[in-house]
Design a binder for this molecule. Structure first.
Ligand code: GUN
Length: 305
């Protein structure tokens, strides 16, 4: 098992002296501003985790809460105010935005963020730099996966990597970062024919689909490195038993809480893979560590005021 919690702890430990140095040099802490629109329960939890991790790391974290009914103009106004605030180093608008904002509205909001404060690395300017291999602010989840592979001693050059999922947040940037590190990369998605056979050729398989236990042992070449980006809540006990078997220790957790969080990779893959990330405790902690790192990178790069 690749220990994301341990690696995330190592990254955070490296950030600590930089936070201290920034505070000494600028007389203020690096400041992360999170914009949370609406009351999506998963987003509430993600934002709370980011807030806690940031505060623990010595950052100043401010959460700006807007109601689900907030018009697009209010969300844009919040972003513009933060762009203009010289004491704001990083801006994160938690996705997804409410349905009323829509896909186009969401694009407008993310495009409005000052690229220098774009700690998610989602702005077209930063995506362009990422394509060219020279981005300073890279999307947190895929850059966390690269850090995890590096620090767990997994080489990438010359490997065949398959990414399942083509989202702007994970799949596409993941493929670009693997390519940058000299892997040969295939991106698969819902329209890919013979998905199983393609995945079964991968030395490194990254699952970012959003379907619990989708990647079964048939998708995995023996000895492959399997990275599970999925965070799926399962609240059917039958589904939990189907995934884990009736006697698995994780069923105890299910029975205590009435639900459980599982990845996109089926638990039986552990018998086939050479190394894999657990869920929880794999990629998730890395995403947050890289958010802290991006905030510091953005803060250090800002002009002194
Ligand atoms: N929602 C799910 N993942 C993310 C992420 O990495 N950043 C933002 N802003 N929203 C998300």
């Amino acid at each position: 098992m690749l220990d994301g919690t341990r690696v995330a702890g190592a990254i955070r430990a490296e950030l600590a002296p930089r936070v201290t140095e920034f505070l000494a040099a600028r007389g203020r802490r690096p400041a992360l501003h999170i914009v949370l629109v609406g009351d999506d329960p998963a987003s509430q939890i993600y934002v709370r985790n980011k807030e806690r991790a940031g505060t623990d790391a010595g950052l100043l974290v401010t959460v700006h809460r807007l109601p689900a009914s907030a018009p697009l103009e209010d969300v844009l106004a919040t972003v513009r105010r933060l762009n203009a605030d010289s004491a704001c180093d990083g801006i994160l608008v938690q996705a997804p935005l409410p349905k009323t904002i829509g896909k186009q509205g969401t694009e407008q909001v993310f495009d409005a963020i000052d690229p220098a404060k774009d700690v998610d690395g989602f702005h077209p300017h930063n995506v362009g730099l990422l394509v060219q291999g020279r981005a300073a602010l890279k999307p947190c989840t895929p850059s966390g996966v690269i850090e995890l592979l590096d620090r767990e001693g997994q080489s990438l050059a010359g490997k065949y990597a398959v990414v399942i999922g083509r989202s702007e947040i994970v799949g596409k940037p993941m493929a670009l970062l693997l390519l940058q590190r000299d892997a040969t990369v295939t991106i698969c998605h819902s329209k890919t024919p013979d998905l199983e056979a393609t995945c079964a050729r991968a030395d490194i398989l990254v699952a970012a689909i959003g379907r619990p236990g989708f990647v079964t042992p048939a998708f995995v070449k023996p000895g492959a490195v399997v990275i599970d980006v999925g965070i799926n809540r399962v609240d059917s006990r039958d589904q939990a038993v189907a995934l884990f078997g009736a006697n698995h220790p994780r069923l105890v957790g299910f029975d205590t809480r009435g639900s459980m969080v599982v990845g996109d990779v089926h638990p039986a893959v552990v018998d086939v893979a050479g190394a894999m990330t657990p869920v929880p405790g794999g990629v998730g902690p890395l995403t947050i560590a890289m958010l802290l790192k991006n905030t510091l990178v953005a803060a250090e790069g800002r002009p002194r005021t």
